[in-house]
Design a protein. Structure first.
Length: 93
């Protein structure tokens, strides 16, 4: 399957087709669960990499992809955090 291209902060990011279902707006705790870590560990990791995300709001798709680029694609794909609706925010080209 072909990768999906998303524009992120002025550049195009290729999302492998097997991870396309993960690309949607999420909360911090959703991302932490995907990686099997606590929110505190996620916050520490993001701070070390100078990534700032809101505390209580949904993260934009661009921010979620930025985190995936830094942390790598999650090995655990927890069913509870799969996207129900990928039409929020950006749409793939």
């Amino acid at each position: 399957m072909r990768p999906i291209i998303y524009p992120v902060h002025g550049r195009n990011v290729e999302v492998p087709a097997e991870y396309a279902h993960l690309v949607c707006m999420k909360r911090r705790d959703d991302l932490a669960r995907e990686y099997g870590i606590s929110e505190r560990d996620l916050r520490t990791f993001l701070r070390e990499h100078s990534i700032s995300i809101p505390k209580k709001h949904l993260l934009k798709i661009e921010d979620v992809l930025e985190i995936y680029l830094v942390m790598g694609w999650p090995l655990k794909m927890h069913p509870a955090v799969y996207c129900q609706d990928t039409t929020l925010g950006l749409r793939p080209r």
